[in-house]
Ligand binder design. Structure first.
Ligand SMILES: [Zn+2]
Length: 318
């Protein structure tokens, strides 16, 4: 029962291509006391043979190449045709929203590999009805099988052939904002509770992973969910609410973008201080976040509060 963090940054990665904030400049200059990161991506497996992706990041190709477990297996000489060489251990993906940095990677998986993709009806409609490029996933029968789920209900993750992987998933409805590329009139047709989800994965034996990369606020029901998890991967996008405004001179607050900041009286560090059960790891960290600097006071404060800061390539067993 393994969890691999393939990518740990927020959209844009760290450094981000068009960003000259102090963090990105120092990272490019080789003087930053912290690691570069690709865009957030998790892979999970019950048996270390068949893997499911949580999201599909734009960095998926390099993330797969950096992870030997996800490389295609040796071909069986008795097999013939494309099936002899196209044998990725990736069985499918679970989508939590329709953000570009969460779904673009599906297009990188278009080379006729059978995959099962789990999504709400709203997210599936956005991708397969509104965005014709995703038809690349439907070029041949049996390429991508879309499976619908409804937030709040538990569903099994099945391999493309239909065998049960042993993994169970349940989505929590967290935010009501759809990505900016979806028109207001189209948003009006979609279910608002399917816009932004957190994912709870239950492994055989009962261990639980909570993957929550975009959390606008924390209420008591959410605290209970987190307290029943063994590992919590939580929204570490912004350190402070006005972080982007201070660096860019304009823009939105963290909360307006659907992310509770790490620090402040109402931030996640304070709100989740009472959690005792789960191992707590910040993920989806924006390139502007000062806690990326491992020599800085913010990083020290997070570590001294019992949190870890996710890095690309780290993995653990449950
Ligand atoms: Zn930057």
């Amino acid at each position: 029962m393994r969890v691999k963090i393939l990518g740990s940054a927020a959209g844009g990665g760290f450094p981000q291509w068009n960003c000259a904030c102090p963090n990105c400049r120092a990272q490019r200059g080789g003087t930053f006391p912290g690691k570069a990161r690709t865009q957030a991506q998790i892979a999970i497996s019950a048996d270390s043979r068949s893997w499911f992706l949580l999201g599909a990041s734009p960095d998926l190709r390099t993330q797969i190449e950096a992870s030997p477990e996800l490389h295609p297996r040796e071909l069986n000489p008795r097999d013939r045709g494309p099936s002899a060489v196209r044998k990725s251990p990736i069985a499918g993906a679970v989508l939590a929203n329709a953000d570009v940095d969460h779904v673009l990677g599906l297009l990188l998986l278009r080379e006729l590999q059978p995959l099962r993709v789990y999504a709400t009806d709203s997210v599936r409609g956005i991708l397969t009805e509104d965005n014709s490029m995703f038809a690349m996933l439907q070029r041949v029968p049996g390429q991508v099988t879309w499976s619908s789920f409804v937030p709040g209900t538990t569903f099994p993750l099945e391999n493309p052939g239909g065998e049960d992987s042993g993994l169970r998933c349940r989505a929590l409805s967290l935010g009501t904002h759809y990505p900016a590329y979806i028109s207001p009139s189209r948003q009006g047709e979609l279910t608002s509770g399917e816009a932004s989800l957190g994912l709870i994965v239950e492994f055989p034996g009962g261990k639980r992973l909570a993957y929550m990369p975009a959390v606008p606020q924390i209420d008591d029901a959410l605290l209970q969910e987190f307290d029943s998890a063994d590992v919590l991967l939580f929204d570490g996008t912004f350190w402070s609410d006005d972080e982007l405004i201070r660096i860019q001179g304009s823009g939105q607050t963290a909360r307006q973008m659907g992310h509770i900041p790490v620090w402040s009286a109402e931030g996640s560090l304070a709100k989740l201080a009472g959690l005792r059960r789960p191992r707590k790891i910040y993920i989806h960290i924006n390139n502007t976040n000062p806690m990326l600097n491992e020599a800085g006071p913010e990083y020290r404060q997070v570590r001294e509060s019992g949190w870890e800061v996710a890095e690309d390539g780290c993995q653990f067993d449950l």
